[in-house]
Design a protein around this ligand. Structure first.
Ligand code: 5AD
Ligand code: SF4
Length: 483
């Protein structure tokens, strides 16, 4: 895919379309087989685990083979036109399975379901059920409806749903890293973005349920959690605290947990549990969050801070609510408070009315920050967004592509520069498993989220930390040996 340079764990290209597996726990539905595959961001992959858990409760087993499935779910992404196209192409491939098994239930979940609603049923005859991201508890009923011969749709968005009580299931997991969703939805209304329409209003999850989930993961041997939200810095939870001021008067006050507090609470579970998080928003990331990262060794020195554009006029049109100076100030604060912190970003090229001069300011922002990674995209107009309503998508495709190629090449240089700077250093690596290329090598991530490859050896195994002396690098990988 042209517009994605380096896969990460929050939008992992290698996992797009991955199917999930889970054994059934009850006999209802007689172990009917569910096949579910996911597209888009980490939140979608995490949601598919919630879906599998809800359906396991009503007797479904998961299968990695859609040709033997009774129910096929596809958890979709709407962020760019090409993400939607990919899903439509994939749906076509399920047609044969439906011809072979007319009782097969085909469902579309997630952002595309929410965006297209019942229109999906008209446009794609194969589809029986359309379910938005806040309606997954209703899935067993919706499947019953389809079994009864009807089509079914539930795309109601909720102001409260966080699925906080759904016991976490970890599917196709390495038993070492897990995603934990801490909030849902988004209130930011960036003008290019469809997410506020597909995932609804922002709401935070009760911190106690988050801590309990992370503690449980740690007890089961997991060693890294990534706290997920569209904008983790606006995490907020108010809880009532009862105190008694005297024997006769009792008081109820409110205690607020913000993201800095939450990070600390998760970090305190164990120094051996690494804590990561995504995504941060430049307008909301506070110095308190940076101090928390610096204070705890197990909160990883890595921040994904999407800039989108380096030009203040474009940022204003994008409704990002910060300008170039504000973003630079946040980068300076990161450099000051966390001396050795990796920073990655998202960039959009060719947003409505962007001039060559304005594009150059994005390039100069890359020169200033020297990002460790970047996810770079051409602007893709999404129906219903503020930008689609207000501004013409007037940058020709060739210009968008030329600007994209320029920043992709620039990022390649800076990724390599950042990697080269680690040579000769010793990195603490959490071993995740064998490297993709060879079972003679292990791979794992450094604190700064760089992939590190080193020879398999006696005395250490996946799930453990090792110190690796970095000897060489590519632009995406550090290579070394355990010391
Ligand atoms: N066109 C291109 N890229 C987009 N993104 C979000 N909406 C669009 C769009 N309409 C990018 C942003 C965001 C990332 C998840 O996807 O860079 O940070
Ligand atoms: Fe995730 Fe956004 Fe795609 Fe929805 S539209 S799946 S929130 S990346």
């Amino acid at each position: 895919m042209m517009d994605l340079l380096i896969p990460d764990k929050t939008h992992d290209e290698s996992r797009q379309g991955e199917a999930l597996m889970l054994k059934a726990e009850t006999a209802k539905n007689n172990g009917r087989k569910l096949y579910i595959e996911s597209y888009g961001c980490a939140m979608n992959f995490s949601d598919s685990e919630i879906v599998a858990s809800i359906l396991a409760e009503s007797g479904f087993e998961t299968t990695p083979d859609y040709s033997i499935a009774d129910v096929i779910f596809i958890n979709t992404c709407s962020i760019r036109e090409n993400a939607e196209q990919r899903v439509r192409n994939r749906l076509k491939e399920f047609t044969v399975a439906k011809v072979k098994n007319p009782g097969l239930v085909v469902g579309v979940l997630g952002c595309m379901a929410e965006r297209l609603k019942s229109k999906f049923l008209e446009e794609e005859k194969l589809v029986d059920v359309v379910v938005g991201p806040d309606a997954y508890r209703d899935l067993p009923n919706l499947i019953d409806q389809v079994d009864g011969g009807q089509k079914a749709v539930n795309v109601l968005l909720s102001r409260e749903e966080t699925y906080a009580d759904i016991s976490p299931v970890r599917l196709n997991s390495n038993g070492i890293n897990a995603f934990v969703s801490i909030m849902r939805g988004c209130d930011n209304m960036c003008s290019f973005c469809v997410v506020p329409f597909t995932r609804g209003r922002e709401r935070s999850r009760d911190p106690q349920s988050i801590i309990a989930e992370c503690q449980d993961l740690f007890d089961k041997g997991y060693r890294e959690v990534t706290l997920l939200g569209q904008n983790v810095d606006s995490y907020k939870w108010k809880s009532k605290v009862e105190g008694s001021e005297s024997e006769v008067i009792s008081s109820v006050s409110e205690a607020e947990t913000n993201f800095a507090n939450l990070l600390e609470m998760v970090a305190l579970i164990s120094p051996d549990l690494r804590v990561r998080f995504s995504t941060s928003h430049p307008k909301d990331i506070t110095d308190d969050v940076l101090y928390a990262i610096n204070k705890y060794d197990n909160i990883c020195n890595y921040i994904h801070l999407p800039v989108q554009s380096g030009n203040s006029r474009i940022l204003d049109l994008m409704n990002r609510t910060y300008d170039r100076e504000w973003y630079i100030n946040r980068i300076d604060a990161i450099r000051r408070i966390i001396p050795d912190c990796a920073v990655s970003t998202d960039v959009i090229t060719g947003f409505c009315s962007e001039t060559d001069e304005e594009h150059k300011e994005t390039v100069s922002m890359m020169d200033y920050v020297k990002y460790d990674f970047a996810y770079m995209f051409k602007y893709s107009e999404r129906p219903g967004t503020l930008a689609a309503k207000r501004y013409a998508d007037d940058i020709p495709e060739e210009v968008k592509q030329k600007r994209l190629s320029e920043i992709v090449a620039k990022q390649q240089e800076y990724s390599f520069y950042r990697m080269q700077a680690r040579i000769g250093k010793v990195e603490k690596v959490l071993i995740e498993g064998f490297s993709k290329k060879s079972d003679k090598d292990y791979c794992g991530r450094s604190d700064q989220n760089a992939m590190v490859i080193f020879p398999v050896g006696e005395g250490y195994k996946p799930g453990e930390y090792v110190n690796v002396l970095i000897e060489r690098s590519t632009s995406a990988t550090l290579i070394g040996r355990v010391v």
